[in-house]
Write a protein that binds this ligand. Structure first.
Ligand SMILES: Cc1cc2nc3c(=O)[nH]c(=O)nc-3n(C[C@H](O)[C@H](O)[C@H](O)COP(=O)(O)OP(=O)(O)OC[C@H]3O[C@@H](n4cnc5c(N)ncnc54)[C@H](O)[C@@H]3O)c2cc1C
Length: 468
């Protein structure tokens, strides 16, 4: 027998549950399907547990620095990894169970647990149940990839998911991948007490960032004793006794790294390979991402794709925003679009990087006339008072329109401070609005108007080292 709904949602990531609430509130009968852990990546193996662990790592770091602040610790600093994991499990678990019971108690919403697959454009099977609806929303997220690297089959490796089970201190953690996930885990485990080597194929860490941002991040990590191996063109693995050997073939440095544990943080792939999309007529691109238009409609009428699986974003906030866009179009007669949003994200190393809009390099490529402002954190009173003066802030504005094109705040509070800039960008207001605003003393934000008062023309080529 087939049960009929007004809408079916596949996956309880960062878009599905919010959308379920909007649809049920509008009077629709909704089915939502989850095959594993409620809340998906962010809640169980992504943002929430990693940022909880980053907080433990920060505590360890500050305890070690205690004497600088006149605070005695009376001896060696120790990190209890079982307690670190227990705290992480508690925070993540509360979020998961809260979401699960919210969905299960939601009026007009039926929760199914199991793997969903399309049987046709309007039918989905989950276990022995058959469901049908005129509207189907796909929010299936993604998972870590393990690319074909020679010797990988000979060694055990960890991903962001299996890292969640670690309740011991790895002796030497090799992290392959110098982007967001790799850097966050790398610094965290260094602070817990592991030796850490980050291996990156490219010539710089987090390649999408400006060269000055990425080299400042490298310096921050190296200052804590993390080994960073760039230009690792032909990564391969082998075993040596109990150890894992990563053959890195770098231009400089030893050709191999000996470690006890290996974390692969080299990218993610969408969970679209076992969804029966071909039976629904839903097109995917070469990498398996569901092809969507600016309002997140797929190639099949009546089917939408939201979150990481559509390749339009890879963050919790982009997934949540996808749900807002779909709900606005369907329920509010409000034609919101993906292209309305401004790229923004944070990297949660310490100090964090907050980013909005274009990088300086992207602005240069547009060829437009622009102004740039930079200020090292050593010249931000709040950072000096906190003893956290690493990093800098940078902003780029259009010389003609005076609108802000992009900003990077690598420094204490950078993940929060960036929002004052982001909101002015959304308002399409000139930068002078912030420049003239009175900000609170002492904060990092109070120096943004000062930085905007010292803008210089953006020269032809990047001045990489000027800010730090
Ligand atoms: C280590 C790490 C740290 C991160 N940190 C941040 C951060 O700090 N900030 C940030 O914004 N983003 C962060 N992200 C990214 C963020 O977690 C994702 O972008 C976010 O979870 C959005 O995912 P989603 O809504 O697309 O789906 P997901 O959260 O991945 O959820 C998809 C759900 O669908 C279910 N599912 C899949 N297939 C089926 C099926 N066939 N049937 C039924 N159910 C199915 C899955 O079990 C899962 O529960 C991080 C990611 C990782 C890996």
């Amino acid at each position: 027998m087939t049960t009929t709904y007004d809408a079916i949602i596949i996956g309880t990531g960062q878009a599905g549950p919010f959308l379920a609430r909007r649809l049920t509130t509008a009077g629709m009968k909704v089915a939502i399907i989850e095959r594993k852990l409620f809340g998906g990546t962010c809640v169980n193996t992504g943002c929430i547990p990693t940022k909880t662990m980053v907080a433990s790592a920060y505590a360890a770091h500050m305890v070690r620095r205690g004497a600088e602040f006149g605070v005695g610790t009376g001896g060696r600093v120790s990190v209890d990894m079982r307690r670190v994991k227990a705290r992480k499990d508690e925070v993540s678990g509360q979020s998961r169970t809260g979401l699960e019971s919210w969905l299960k108690q939601m009026e007009n919403c039926t929760v199914y647990e199991g793997h969903a697959r399309f049987d046709s454009p309007r039918e989905v099977s989950v276990r022995s149940e058959k469901l049908t609806a005129q509207r189907i929303f796909i929010n299936v997220g993604g998972r870590a990839t393990a690319p074909q690297m020679p010797g990988l089959e000979q060694v055990q490796y960890l991903t962001n998911s299996s890292m969640m089970n670690i309740d011991f201190l790895p002796g030497h953690l090799i992290v392959v991948g110098g982007s967001y996930i790799g850097l966050e885990f790398g610094q965290m485990f260094r602070r817990f007490g592991s030796e850490v080597t980050i291996v990156e194929m490219a010539e710089s860490l987090i390649q999408r960032e400006d060269e000055d941002v990425s080299s400042a991040i490298k310096e921050i990590l190296e200052r804590e004793g993390i080994n960073v191996r760039l230009n690792a063109k032909c990564i391969a693995f082998s075993r040596r006794g109990e150890d894992i050997v990563a053959h890195v073939d770098c231009i400089t440095g030893a050709p191999e790294v000996n470690g006890t544990h290996l974390l692969l943080a080299v990218g993610r792939r969408p969970n679209t390979d076992d969804l029966g999309l071909e039976k629904a007529g839903v097109s995917v691109d070469q990498r398996g991402y569901i092809v969507v238009d600016d309002q997140l409609r797929t190639s099949a009428p009546g089917i939408w794709a939201l979150g990481d699986c559509n390749g339009k974003g890879a963050f919790t906030h982009t997934s949540f925003n996808d749900a807002e866009i779909v709900a606005a179009n369907l329920l509010d007669n409000d034609p919101r679009r993906v292209s309305d949003r401004i790229s923004t994200y944070a990297l949660y190393i310490d100090p964090p990087l907050g980013r909005a809009g274009l990088t300086e390099a992207e602005v240069r490529k547009t060829g437009r006339s622009a102004l740039v402002g930079k200020r090292p954190m050593t010249r931000v009173g709040r950072a000096v008072e906190k003893g956290e003066t690493q990093g800098f802030m940078k902003i780029v504005v259009d010389a003609q329109t005076r609108e802000i094109l992009g900003a990077a705040i690598l420094g204490t509070g950078g993940d929060e401070v960036i929002h004052s800039i982001l909101d002015v960008m959304y308002a399409k207001a000139p930068y002078t609005v912030i420049q003239r605003a009175m900000h609170i003393h002492p904060t990092v934000s109070e120096l943004i108007p000062t930085m905007l008062g010292e803008l210089q023309p953006l020269s032809g080529k990047a001045d990489a080292k000027s800010a730090h």
